[in-house]
Design a protein around this ligand. Structure first.
Ligand SMILES: O=P(O)(O)OC[C@H]1O[C@H](OP(=O)(O)OP(=O)(O)O)[C@H](O)[C@@H]1O
Ligand SMILES: O=C(O)c1cc(=O)[nH]c(=O)[nH]1
Length: 222
């Protein structure tokens, strides 16, 4: 069902950050960095996949994502909600259910046999498709998913994610240049503020993380 409450964007960001911290979806390690889909290393990892196991938090965040989509893109802007393999798929299902829209999903690569499809479910020419994903780091996966959607003759002018890194230059512009609007609930800056407010991590950890957030390309493991 479509939620009717519309908390302000800043409150959505704070609550989302708080929920991610509460369920242990936020990992920091400046000594043994995480490798991301882009191949880059970072002292940060947010595991939005954990959210599916927490029904109260999951429902609240999916309401937030749905109202953010309607508020920032329009109430009647989409005909089809597509999830990006893998982490985007459950969230696309929850959003599609709320918006009473068809759901599809996009594979990272063609299946390799059978129909050799990248798109699963029914996507038709001219449909206005919203790509739903768990997060965006530098946007590389989004461009690939959007291109696969457009190859069907559908349009895809927006992507909605729970988490946006918000630290790399030009990600929103690169997406915008590709004709894609980015809708997100929170960034690392919201998580950092909430972590400090809660005293959730030790000062050394937060200092190392803040150094990375301020200069992700110059950052080196400690
Ligand atoms: O490239 P970006 O747009 O910045 O987004 C980062 C991608 O990295 C993660 O996927 P990953 O490839 O790790 O796979 P998974 O979804 O199968 O876990 C995440 O689910 C995003 O799709
Ligand atoms: O870019 C990624 O691959 C990535 C970063 C992150 O923090 N969490 C995640 O699941 N993937």
């Amino acid at each position: 069902m479509i939620p009717t409450s519309f908390p302000p964007k800043e409150e959505i960001a704070r609550l989302t950050a708080s929920m991610l911290i509460e369920i242990g979806a936020i990992d920091f390690n400046a000594r043994e960095p995480f490798t991301h889909a882009s191949g880059k290393q970072a002292p940060t990892y947010v595991d939005c996949r954990k959210l599916i196991s927490y029904p109260r938090i999951r429902a609240t965040l999916m309401d937030f994502l749905t109202v953010s989509i309607m508020r920032e893109a329009g109430f009647e802007a989409f005909d089809n909600i597509a999830g990006g393999e893998t982490a985007g798929i459950p969230f696309s299902a929850f959003v599609a259910e709320r918006m009473a829209l068809p759901m599809t999903y996009v594979r990272k690569k063609p299946k390799g046999y059978g129909r050799n499809a990248r798109i699963e479910g029914v996507m038709t020419e001219g449909q206005r498709v919203l790509l739903v994903e768990d997060l965006t780091t530098d946007g590389g996966s989004k461009l690939s998913f959007v291109d696969a959607i457009r190859d069907t003759g559908a349009t895809c002018n927006a992507t909605a994610v729970i988490f946006f890194y918000g630290i790399f230059d030009g990600v929103e512009k690169t997406l915008a240049d590709h004709g894609v609007q980015l809708i997100s609930l929170c960034t690392w800056w919201d998580v950092l503020a909430e972590a400090k407010a809660r005293g959730a991590y030790d000062t050394e950890t937060l200092t190392a993380v803040e150094a990375y957030l301020n200069d992700p390309t110059g950052w080196k493991p400690s």
